[in-house]
Design a protein around this ligand. Structure first.
Ligand code: SIN
Ligand code: CO
Length: 403
């Protein structure tokens, strides 16, 4: 970034923000939040409140929809309640709401983006963060005075306020005392807030990993948590182990050319270096790149393969007839353009689809997640593209756009 650009960013920032931890979006111009500034000054570094990031916010879902989802066995949901100072956690599927919803209670539903297409626009303002980092959209409904208590998450989160009001307090990372007021509830004690704000519909609080936070509901409220993921070494090692288990790159240690050493008990540092190198070679190999790309695109999307699968011919005819397709709820593809050691391929929920350079434009439209139809590109789609689309439709990852 050159000096002029830095100045412009600094000027924009100073003009738009009230102080170091609050942005106000100008209702007329929509200006105020700048993704460049956010990435430079806040992402993974410090929390920030973005007032009215969503202008005229209207909830795409309500507490009844959430309750419906929470009854489904495949949906990860829970109700956290506090009855006269005593915490309870009811894990979904929730069968008896009357018993679970006592005192001050919060209903939390994970992965709502995977079930409800209407929540997709909530993810839109955050699309400057790549698809693979996004984990899911959790939605919570909390009654007056309720909250899940002060806690620390290991992941970045944008807390988008829907209807109602909530007071968020966010503190600095430190070695806080952990408490478990219920076996399924991890809270912390005694943080001093650096942010203490009441949010309303359309406001957003960004909380980086490790920053304690506590949201107390002031008016019955919906909160949309756009949560991110960041694999740790154990998770990466699991991808490596899975690849090796399939037989790819699972070479064995060899030591031809060994020389006599002073004592057989002595460990030769070059043996340790060779063992490390053996693993480094496996990591640097193409197989591990593919294993990583598959893991990065893995979203735990529920698979609903079509009962009556469609043929390539049917899809081709429909495509030619101008019919439009869209990704199923929560499906977020990844794409690589064949450069810098990466293959030219599309990745959807852990599956790879290779394509030729001439197909790049069509596959980019597919990966963008926007409405897909014959008008999207000038060139006619290739057999490979239509074949991939057919597979995606049959696996339940893409579907017909309903008019
Ligand atoms: C909530 O929605 O009540 C909790 C969200 C969070 O603190 O991560
Ligand atoms: Co949290």
């Amino acid at each position: 970034m050159n000096k002029d650009q830095t100045n412009t960013l600094a000027e924009k920032r100073d003009a738009m923000r009230k102080n170091d931890n609050t942005y106000f979006i100008d209702a007329q111009t929509g200006q105020g939040f700048d993704a460049d500034i956010f990435l430079r000054d806040y992402w993974q570094q410090k929390p920030v409140v973005i007032k009215q990031l969503f202008e005229d916010f209207s909830d795409p879902i309500d507490e009844n929809d959430l309750a419906g989802l929470a009854q489904e066995p495949e949906v990860d949901a829970r109700i956290i309640s506090n009855v006269q100072g005593k915490w309870h956690v009811e894990q979904g599927p929730i069968a008896d709401f009357v018993t679970a919803c006592q005192g001050k209670w919060t209903l939390l539903v994970q992965g709502v983006d995977k079930y409800v297409q209407d929540v997709t626009p909530i993810l839109e303002p955050f699309s400057f963060i790549p698809n693979w980092r996004l984990d899911d959209l959790m939605v919570s409904y909390a009654t007056n005075g309720a909250g899940v208590g002060a806690h620390i998450d290991q992941y970045d989160v944008f807390l988008v306020q829907g209807k109602g009001k909530r007071r968020w307090r966010v503190g600095k990372p430190a070695d806080y005392k952990e408490v478990f007021p219920h076996p399924k509830l991890r809270q912390i004690e005694g943080f001093e807030p650096v942010i203490d704000v009441v949010v309303e519909a359309g406001d957003v609080v960004y909380v980086p990993p490790g920053w304690p936070h506590d949201g107390a509901t002031i008016e019955d409220s919906l909160t949309y948590s756009v949560g991110y993921r960041a694999p740790d070494n154990l998770q990466l090692a699991e991808s490596l182990a899975m690849m090796l288990d399939k037989g790819a790159h699972n070479y064995r240690f060899t030591d031809a050319g060994r020389t006599i050493q002073r004592s057989r008990a002595t460990v030769n540092p070059s043996d340790v270096a060779a063992l490390k190198q053996q693993l480094i070679d496996a990591i640097n190999g193409e197989d591990f790149t593919l294993a990583l790309l598959e893991a990065m695109s893995e979203q735990g999307i529920p698979e609903y393969p079509l009962d009556n699968s469609v043929t390539l011919e049917q899809v081709s005819n429909e495509f030619a007839a101008g019919i439009s397709f869209i990704p199923a709820p929560g499906v977020r593809a990844l794409i690589c353009d064949g450069k810098r050691g990466l293959p030219r391929a599309l990745y959807v929920n852990g599956s790879e689809f290779r394509f030729a350079k001439s197909d790049q434009e069509w596959f980019e439209v597919l990966a963008s997640g926007s409405v897909l139809n014959a008008m999207c590109c000038q060139d006619a789609p290739s057999f490979t593209f239509l074949d991939t689309l057919t597979t995606l439709i049959n696996n339940g990852y893409w579907e017909w756009l309903e008019n």
